[in-house]
Unconditional design. Structure first.
Length: 337
């Protein structure tokens, strides 16, 4: 992707400068798909970087919500003198956004859209939106490398995803169930219920942080479980980037599944450009499972005093473990095995 970033950045440099004209100036970017047109562009006045994408046989439906955040915006623009009628969308950098990060975003979006090999404009448009919504979530979380705590949390979720695969859940459905990166209350929604993942590298005790009253509320999804994933720091383990690559191999070349997984990882706050930031290596040590019921210590909307709307708290999972509860039992109770 570095070569693509360089091509896009070079085109933007060539287009930069003062102009008395109002409108788009663009340079076509090479593409593997004949049904797609990509153009590095700038709009004058303003001179901000943009990517113009022309989709064949695609229509912007009323249900389509255009992504936008502090880093970028998307607008529909008029036909850019192409030989065929196309839907043209402009992905534009916001004034305060970092130029280098925006170049990375653009290259990533081009790669993702070209990965939709069906050649159908409507599916390529869907891939465009899916990738940008993942970036939107990434930008919302700060667009910076994950904190040490968040890194442990993401590794723990990847370990649990691997556990689902080992239990016979196919890779695509397991990834679809992974909704934590999309800011859902629980990390995995499976069958009728959900599973919240908590991870630690502490070798004694297990303090799990819960950030809302909804996280352990089983009145919406039931049954609800908490999986405590204990990790160990070890040179024999895998770094966060290596865990991600290991999980990608589980898709056996399924490009749609790999793209969905990549979107989830991005939404969780991981960007390959930050690879050198993640040097710690993690091994799975053990996982304990607990059902959230009347005996589980928790704060939920129905039990806190009237007037309390938000709360965050810690639970010592060593006092909630149910050693006889297995992953097979949990999946059976959720109705997915």
């Amino acid at each position: 992707m570095a070569q693509l970033i360089d091509e896009v950045a070079a085109a933007w440099r060539a287009l930069s400068g003062e102009s008395l004209d109002v409108g788009w100036k663009s340079i076509r970017i090479s593409t593997r798909s004949p049904s797609l047109l990509f153009m590095a562009a700038r709009y004058f006045p303003g001179n901000l970087e943009a990517l113009l994408v022309g989709f064949e046989n695609a229509t912007l439906l009323p249900s389509h919500k255009l992504p936008a955040c502090s880093g970028f915006s998307v607008t529909c623009v008029e036909n850019q003198n192409s030989e065929k009628p196309r839907l043209w969308l402009a992905l534009c950098r916001q004034q305060t956004a970092n130029s280098e990060l925006f170049a990375t975003l653009v290259a990533d979006v081009i790669t993702a859209v070209q990965g939709e090999t069906s050649g159908k404009g409507v599916k390529q448009l869907s891939a465009f939106f899916d990738r940008l919504f993942a970036w939107q979530e990434f930008m919302r979380k700060g667009a910076t490398p994950l904190s040490s705590e968040a890194e442990v949390g993401l590794v723990g979720e990847l370990c649990f995803l691997e556990t689902l695969l080992s239990e016979g859940i196919d890779s695509l459905n397991a990834t679809l169930a992974w909704v934590g990166p999309l800011d859902a209350p629980q990390d995995f929604v499976l069958g009728t219920g959900a599973i919240e993942i908590k991870s630690t590298i502490a070798q004694v005790g297990f303090l799990a942080k819960f950030g809302s009253l909804e996280q352990l509320d089983d009145t919406v999804l039931s049954p609800l479980y908490v999986a405590g994933q204990r990790l160990a720091l070890s040179e024999l383990g895998l770094s966060l980037p290596e865990w991600i690559e290991k999980l990608k191999l589980k898709f056996d070349g399924d490009q749609f599944g790999i793209e969905l997984f990549s979107q989830r990882v991005l939404a969780a706050g991981y960007l390959p450009a930050h690879l050198d930031h993640y040097r710690r290596r993690f091994m799975k040590k053990e996982m304990t499972l607990a059902k959230v019921d009347a005996n589980f210590p928790r704060l939920v909307p129905g039990t806190v005093p009237q007037g309390i709307r938000k709360a965050s708290y810690e639970v010592d999972l060593t006092h909630t473990e149910q050693s006889d509860l297995t992953m097979t039992d949990v999946l059976k109770n959720l109705g997915v095995s």
